[in-house]
Design a binder for this molecule. Structure first.
Ligand SMILES: Cc1cc2nc3c(=O)[nH]c(=O)nc-3n(C[C@H](O)[C@H](O)[C@H](O)COP(=O)(O)O)c2cc1C
Ligand SMILES: [Mn+2]
Length: 477
C-alpha cells in the first residue's frame, strides 16, 4: 500500500488547506445564529470556512475541513483508491494511546468552572428550526462502567442551560454504557472533545466492537500512539491536543426536551425527551479554535460514510471475494443507498450480495449491484446501468417491514399518534428494503452488452490535437 506521512495535527492541516487555497477566511463579526452556517454551507466541499471573530467572540470557528473524499485521502496519506483499505487496516490494527503527564496537556491550558458554555464558546445555531445553539463536532468520550475501556462517538448536543446539555444517544455503545451506569443509579463520566484532527474525527465514526476504544484507531491512522490526558474532574482520557474539552456526567434518570434539529437526511428530528450531560468544567488551549460541522453537508456525510463503506466492503468481501468496491451515494445521504461493484461469476450472486448488504447495517435501504465496468463513485454511470441492465420484474428484491433508519421521515408515514407524537422506539424506523440487480448476464450475445467505446478516446491529448492559431472561414455574414 502506498502511504506518505499522514496529517496528525489539526492546526497543521488547516495551515495546509490555507496554503493550497482551500481555506476561506471570513470577515470578522459573522453572527453565530444562521449566518455562520449559511456561509460555511455555501463553501461546502470547495473551501473550509474560518471565522476569526464570529459575533465579536475571541475564539475563532472553523467548518468544512474534511469536506471531500480526496482531502480525507490526503490527510490519511494515501491515494483515494486506497482510502477504504487504509481505514480498514487501521481499524483492524489499533494502537494503544499514551498519557501525557498532569499539567502537560495543551487542551487543559485554560480551565473554567461554573461558566456557561454559551458565553465561553462560540456555539452556532445552524438550521432554521433548530431549537438553539448546538455542538455538532463534539467527540463524546466515555468509559465502560464495567471494564473501563473507552468509547468515542459524535452526538448532536443542544446547549440549553448554564450547566446542562441534552444530546441524542441512538442505541449504540454510549447508550449501552449509560444504561449500565443508570441501572446502578450512577452518572456516567463523559468528556466532549471539540477541535480534533481529521483522522481522530474519522476514527470516532468506526463501526467497531463495543470494547474497542476508537482513540486507538486514531493512533493507527496517525501511525503513532495518540497523546491523551486525564480529565481534571473525572477519569476519562481525552486527546491531549484537542482544542476544547467539556467535562461532565451523563445523568441517571434525567431527561430534558431536545430538538427540533436539522439532521443528516436534511429533515428535522422532533423535540423529544433526551439524555442530559451535567457540565463540571470547560478546558481549552490558550488560543483555541472551535470546530462546527454544518449538519447534512459534506463534512457530516463523509465522516459517517467512509468508515461505513470500509466496514461494508470488508463484510461483503468475507462472503463474496468478487465484490470489488462499494459506495454510499451522496444523494442517498451517504447512509441509505449503497452501490456495489462486483465481478459477477453466477447469475444469482447479485441477489445474495443485496441480502447480505441489508444485514450489514440497518441504515442501508437500497442496494444497486453493478458490474466491474461501472464506476460506483459516478451516479450517472450507476443510473446508466439501471437503465440498461435492470428489469424490475426479474431483477428487483423487495423486503417489507425491516429495520431502517429512525431519521428517515418516510418510515413515519402511517403512524398517527395523538398530538403528532412520535411512535414508540420499537416501532420507529420500520422500513422496506429494495435491491436492484443492475448487472448484465454472465454470458451474452456478442455486442448486446458491450459498452460503446471509441478506440483511443482515453489517450487523445487534446492540447496536442487542437490548433490554436488556425482560422476558418465559415462564410458567415
Ligand atoms: C456530525 C455527526 C453527528 C452525529 N450525531 C449523532 C447523534 O446525535 N446521535 C447518535 O447516536 N449518533 C450520531 N452520530 C453517529 C455516531 O457518532 C456514530 O455512529 C458512531 O460511530 C457511533 O459510535 P459507537 O459505534 O461507538 O456507538 C453522528 C455522526 C456525525 C459524523
Ligand atoms: Mn464504539
Amino acid at each position: 500500500m502506498t502511504t506518505i506521512a499522514p496529517h496528525t495535527d489539526l492546526r497543521r492541516w488547516l495551515a495546509h488547506l490555507a496554503d493550497t487555497g482551500r481555506l476561506a477566511v471570513i470577515r470578522e463579526g459573522t453572527p453565530l445564529k444562521h449566518r455562520l452556517a449559511a456561509i460555511a454551507k455555501r463553501l461546502d466541499g470547495r473551501q473550509a470556512a474560518y471565522f476569526p471573530r464570529p459575533e465579536g467572540h475571541e475564539i475563532p470557528v472553523v467548518s468544512g475541513f474534511v469536506a471531500r473524499r480526496a482531502w480525507i485521502a490526503e490527510a490519511m496519506g494515501v491515494p483515494e483508491s486506497q482510502l477504504l483499505a487504509r481505514y480498514r487496516h487501521a481499524a483492524e490494527h489499533p494502537l494503544p494511546w499514551i498519557e501525557v503527564a498532569p499539567g502537560q496537556a495543551p487542551c487543559q491550558q485554560v480551565v473554567h468552572r461554573d461558566r456557561d458554555p454559551r458565553e465561553v464558546l462560540p456555539i452556532p445555531t445552524h438550521s432554521e428550526h433548530d431549537s438553539g445553539p448546538y455542538i455538532t463536532a463534539g467527540l463524546v468520550i466515555a468509559r465502560n462502567p464495567e471494564t473501563g475501556v473507552q468509547n468515542v462517538s459524535i452526538h448532536r448536543i443542544q446547549v440549553h442551560a448554564a450547566d446542562r446539555m441534552a444530546l441524542l444517544v441512538l442505541p449504540r455503545h454510549l447508550q449501552a454504557f449509560h444504561q449500565k451506569a443508570e441501572a446502578r443509579g450512577q452518572a456516567l463520566e463523559v468528556a466532549v472533545a471539540i477541535g480534533v484532527d481529521p483522522l481522530t474525527l474519522l476514527a470516532s465514526q468506526a463501526i467497531a466492537p463495543i470494547d474497542r476504544d476508537e482513540l486507538e484507531i486514531a493512533g493507527a491512522l496517525h501511525g503513532a500512539p495518540l497523546r491523551v490526558a486525564k480529565c481534571l474532574t473525572n477519569e476519562v482520557r481525552v486527546p491531549a491536543d484537542a482544542e476544547i474539552v467539556i467535562e461532565g456526567r451523563l445523568m441517571p434518570r434525567l431527561r430534558e426536551p431536545e430538538g427540533p434539529f436539522g439532521e443528516f437526511p436534511k429533515y428535522y428530528s422532533a423535540r423529544e425527551q433526551r439524555e442530559v450531560i451535567r457540565i463540571d468544567a470547560i478546558t481549552h488551549r490558550r488560543n483555541p479554535v472551535y470546530h462546527t460541522i454544518v449538519p447534512a453537508e459534506m463534512e457530516h456525510l463523509l465522516l459517517g460514510a467512509i468508515p461505513r463503506e470500509a466496514t461494508l466492503l470488508a463484510y461483503l468481501q468475507r462472503s463474496f471475494p468478487n465484490v470489488l468496491d462499494v459506495h454510499l451515494s451522496i444523494g442517498g445521504v451517504a447512509r441509505y443507498h449503497l452501490f456495489v461493484k462486483i465481478r459477477k461469476a453466477h447469475e444469482g450472486q447479485p441477489k445474495n450480495v443485496i441480502c447480505a448488504a441489508f444485514g450489514a447495517h440497518y441504515d442501508v435501504k437500497q442496494v444497486i449491484v453493478v458490474d466491474d465496468d461501472v464506476d460506483v463513485h459516478d451516479p450517472l454511470q450507476v443510473e446508466w446501468a439501471v437503465a440498461t441492465r435492470f428489469q424490475a420484474s426479474r431483477d428487483l428484491v423487495l423486503i417489507p417491514g425491516a429495520q431502517g433508519s429512525v431519521l428517515d421521515p418516510s418510515t413515519t408515514v402511517g403512524f398517527d399518534f395523538a398530538d403528532g407524537a412520535p411512535p414508540p422506539a420499537h416501532l420507529q424506523g420500520l422500513s422496506a428494503k429494495m435491491g436492484l440487480d443492475a448487472t448484465r448476464p454472465v454470458v451474452y450475445h456478442e455486442h448486446v452488452f458491450t459498452k460503446v467505446r471509441i478506440p483511443g478516446e482515453d489517450e487523445v491529448d487534446l492540447a496536442a490535437e487542437i490548433d490554436r492559431d488556425a482560422k476558418i472561414d465559415l462564410g458567415a455574414a
